[in-house]
Design a protein. Structure first.
Length: 394
């Protein structure tokens, strides 16, 4: 296949990742509808998606849509190992790899034609290597920009390869629905469709000023550029995270200060352990809340110096929750999240090493040796810790 010069960015995306790992590891699941997660769908095989099952759907609804599906418990360690193996393939294939999540990445293969092959030949080799070495299906989009490569992989799913040559970019992009534009979620899509704007072509034909008046300056300018495939961002080797966080969905069950505080303890413990494992310390604690009406709010507080101490970050998070209690009492609470930003390498910082940091070090050591549940706080005894999603290494 001839690919004009310039289409050298690959977007590689594993297909139904968690479900594919389960089908790989258990031959009895192959070709059958598989749902990972009972309470909430964490992943669904394409056989289950054919019945309307989607990620983040409630488990009860998913089983009603596909009553013959096999429901399996998530195995996060297996998914982490599979992700590491896939990224080893990426790094063997291309000199520049930008990981987006544990199951997708951009690869820049420009300048490799003489030594390795054309971008499409490299994409074919990548798909073959992932299948042979890791046993998983993967879809690859090839284009001149990161945005269009990601769109191409989405269109090519599952287990496909799609190349968008530079001279066919707009012909490929413009007939697609507006939801294909990066950053168009349900709210933005609804605003556009209410005005009769359903395709990327219609977005492209609108003056930028009209889009800005409809969606705001940031979103309007962003979508106007993407609708013309204007995306100058290069593929870059992944930089360290600017924040580390975790969240917990509470549903619509009644809440109390004690239950919210228990969630806070779980989240801060998880976040600070990840920070220490990555050698990071941070100054700003951010509290994220979602209310009964699905609206959201954030609160933040910056500490005098950076830390990865569980006790210090927990104390700061509790201050934020205390300040937010009046609004919680009015509007209810369905989700709480904590993140720490303004991160730096703790090896470069002069930190206070007090009793809380010494305790953190001992607790980390016990958990590394005997498992995350080997030691916990009394307030969390008998309480489910929730699912910890695997992430790319920091």
């Amino acid at each position: 296949m001839f690919v004009p010069q310039g289409a050298s960015i690959l977007h590689a995306d594993l297909d139904a990742f968690f479900a594919s790992v389960e089908q790989r590891d258990d031959p009895r699941l192959r070709g059958r509808p598989v749902i990972v997660g009972a309470g909430v769908v964490l992943a669904a095989s394409y056989e289950a998606k054919a019945f309307g099952v989607r990620t983040a759907m409630g488990g009860g609804r998913a089983r009603r849509l596909c009553p013959h599906a096999v429901v399996v418990a998530p195995r996060m360690s297996a998914y982490s190992e599979a992700s590491k193996a896939v990224f080893e393939v990426f790094e063997d294939i291309a000199p520049v790899v930008e990981g987006l999540s544990i199951d997708e990445a951009f690869l820049d293969v420009s300048g490799m034609e003489r030594s390795v092959g054309s971008p499409v030949e490299i994409a074919e080799r990548l798909r073959h290597e992932v299948r042979a070495r890791v046993g998983l299906p993967i879809t690859v989009g090839v284009a001149r920009t990161k945005f269009l490569a990601k769109v191409a992989s989405a269109v090519a799913k599952p287990d496909g390869l799609l190349v968008v040559p530079p001279d066919e970019e707009l012909a490929f992009l413009h007939p697609l629905p507006v939801e294909r534009l990066w950053g168009v979620g349900p709210v933005t899509a609804r605003k556009l469709r209410e005005r009769g704007i359903t395709t990327v072509r219609q977005v492209a034909f609108l003056p930028e000023s009209i889009l800005v008046s409809m969606l705001g300056q940031g979103s309007g300018r962003h979508l106007h550029a993407l609708a013309h495939n204007l995306d100058p961002r290069p593929v870059q080797n992944r930089r360290r995270r600017r924040s580390i966080g975790s969240q917990r969905a509470r549903g619509r069950a009644p809440w109390s200060y004690a239950s919210v505080d228990a969630d806070l303890v779980t989240l801060v413990d998880r976040v600070t352990r990840r920070m220490r494992r990555a050698g990071r310390a941070g100054r700003t604690v951010v509290l994220r809340l979602r209310f009964d009406d699905y609206s959201r709010a954030t609160r933040s507080l910056t500490m005098p110096d950076p830390t990865a101490s569980t006790e210090r970050i927990l104390a700061t998070a509790r201050t934020l929750v205390d300040d937010a209690m009046p609004i919680l009492e009015q509007r209810g609470l369905t989700l709480v999240g904590i993140s720490v930003t303004n991160l730096d390498d703790d090896a470069q910082l002069v930190l206070r090493f007090d009793h809380s940091e010494a305790l953190d070090a001992v607790v980390d050591l016990v958990r590394e040796r005997y498992g995350a549940q080997a030691i916990t706080r009394a307030v969390l005894l008998g309480r489910a810790s929730g699912i910890t999603m695997p992430m790319l290494p920091d």
